[in-house]
Design a binder for this molecule. Structure first.
Ligand SMILES: [Zn+2]
Length: 71
């Protein structure tokens, strides 16, 4: 004979870890789009990244559309 049990687990609210993870992703994205002037790639390429500005050029139009100061 089998016994059927039902367990109801209700979670209210958003997990704090999800909020933290999304905040980190948001902050990183905001920095890349709005403020990066070669800082991130300088970790790999060194001083050359500040003259190449790859991420800056990639997000340049979005940066202007969002109203961030650029040049
Ligand atoms: Zn610009």
């Amino acid at each position: 004979m089998s016994e059927l049990r039902q367990i109801n687990v209700s979670k209210n609210g958003i997990p704090k870890l999800a909020i933290l993870a999304l905040s980190i992703v948001f902050a990183a994205g905001l920095f890349v789009v709005g403020f990066d002037q070669g800082h991130i790639f300088s970790l790999v390429y060194g001083e050359q990244a500040f003259t190449d500005l790859y991420l800056h050029e990639l997000t340049h139009d979005m940066r202007h559309a969002a109203g961030f100061p650029c040049h």
